[in-house]
Design a protein around this ligand. Structure first.
Ligand code: URA
Length: 433
């Protein structure tokens, strides 16, 4: 048998030829075992960035990343496991709403979540803003809880897809994060590790997202749906707008409170629409209703009967947490109102700038070792298409820092106010099955 060499694999991809399954398995397994140096993998990643990968290569890459670690055994869960993944957004607390919603409809929501980095938040950080909430469940406790109440949310362990962690860290410092096959195989390896059979992917586009254009988002979605199909999973991709934050709240505890309000039927329209639409697809494809229309009806009944909000309470209490009182004001040292300098209509509200301002207030982390302040954040008072008077409040800042002059400037700059009326853009741009 021919001896495989990393340099040959690099040269093959450099010359725009597809890699074989054996070559992909070779480089991933050897890299995880520290037998291939970072500089050779960097070179291959850059060649993939420029020359791409076909569907078979991306599928093989997802499988090789999946096989680099453990998978959790969820075979003890009785019923159809559903999952959802977002490519990352600002104010994106959809999982907090969606999980209890679909669980109250009878689907099994067995979710392994990650932390936030940069301007985007992570579900684990939001849940940990709830007093005593425990994200470290043993696999037995995780399975038992899903069987008992249909929902559990735990942290991803380092044993799951270790190749993804190692590759992502390298991509982060080699300019190779925004490669569609690399993103698709990274996301899908983690979804495959979590054993769900129905998966909705929320692919965000716009200022605050990885994908900047509809064409790129379509290609990423198509590729992830195709990888899913190769593993016999039902994967549905939503392409949604992330040019402005989702909902009004950005910051961990603030987002949990907004999620509870949404589960009780009094949340923001965009968050309600997105959670109920994704939820309906999950419930229908899990075989719990005969049609999507029926799934939508069931979901709206679970909101009005407060069963969905009660499900969130059960989730929190099962994981040792204390259900927050939504009338309880968050404790921060100061609450500052950011006011408009002109009158008009909000034409743009830059999600990236709002996400960065929230991160600098302490709601997010610049590097993985940064500590988060779960109380701080921003609550928007105006969103795109809203009318604004001079001196009217654009946003409230929940702050524990001494001087936030720069953050206030960033928030003000995030708003573009025009004198012409503005039409609201649709939130869900496409659904790809
Ligand atoms: N999210 C992931 O999990 N992986 C990527 O490569 C990009 C976004």
């Amino acid at each position: 048998m021919l001896i495989m060499r990393m340099v040959d694999i690099i040269e093959k991809k450099r010359d725009n030829q597809p890699l074989s399954r054996r070559e992909i398995e070779y480089f991933i397994s050897r890299y995880v075992d520290d037998q291939i140096p970072d500089y050779q993998v960097s070179s291959l990643l850059m060649a993939i960035y420029f020359n791409g990968m076909n569907d078979a290569e991306a599928t093989d890459l997802a499988k090789a990343i999946l096989d680099s670690g453990e998978t959790i055994d969820l075979s003890g869960i009785d019923g159809t496991i559903v999952d959802k993944h977002s490519t990352g957004g600002v104010g994106d607390k959809t999982t907090l709403v969606l999980g209890p919603l679909v669980a109250s409809c009878g689907a099994k929501f067995a979710k392994l979540s990650g932390r936030g980095l940069g301007h985007t938040g992570g579900t684990l950080d939001k849940l940990e803003s709830i007093k005593n909430f425990n994200i470290n469940l043993s696999s037995e406790a995780f399975v038992k809880q899903v069987n008992d109440i249909n929902i559990a949310v735990a942290g991803q362990t380092a044993k799951l897809t270790p190749a993804d962690k190692k590759l992502y860290q390298l991509r982060d410092v080699t300019g190779t994060v925004p490669s569609i096959p690399l993103i698709a195989s990274s996301i899908m390896s983690k979804k495959l590790a979590s054993s769900a059979s129905v998966i909705v992917l929320d692919v965000k586009i716009g200022e605050g997202a990885f994908m900047k254009t509809l064409e790129d988002a379509r290609e990423l979605s198509r590729l992830m749906v195709s990888i899913g199909k190769n593993f016999d999973k039902k994967v549905i991709a939503f392409i949604t707008d992330m040019s402005e934050p989702l909902g009004y709240a950005v910051g961990n505890k603030l987002e949990v409170l907004e999620a509870i309000r949404t589960l009780q039927g009094t949340g923001p329209a965009d968050l309600t629409t997105l959670s109920t639409e994704i939820g309906s697809y999950l419930v229908y494809h899990a075989g719990l209703t005969e049609s999507l229309k029926e799934a939508r009806k069931l979901i709206s009944e679970k909101i009005s009967s407060l069963e969905a909000s009660d499900k969130f309470k059960s989730l929190i209490e099962s994981q040792n947490g204390q259900f927050p009182d939504i009338n309880d004001y968050i404790h921060t040292d100061t609450l500052i109102a950011v006011k408009s300098e002109t009158s008009g209509y909000v034409e743009k509200l830059n999600a990236l700038e709002i996400g960065l301002a929230a991160m600098r207030l302490g709601a997010g982390r610049e590097t993985m070792s940064d500590k988060i302040d779960t109380d701080v954040g921003i609550v928007l008072n105006k969103k795109v298409a809203d009318k604004v008077e001079k001196d009217e409040v654009l946003a409230y800042v929940y702050n524990n820092k001494q001087d936030i002059t720069d953050e206030i400037k960033t928030i003000l700059n995030a708003f573009t106010i025009t004198d012409k009326m503005v039409e609201k853009k649709p939130l869900i741009l496409e659904v790809i099955e």
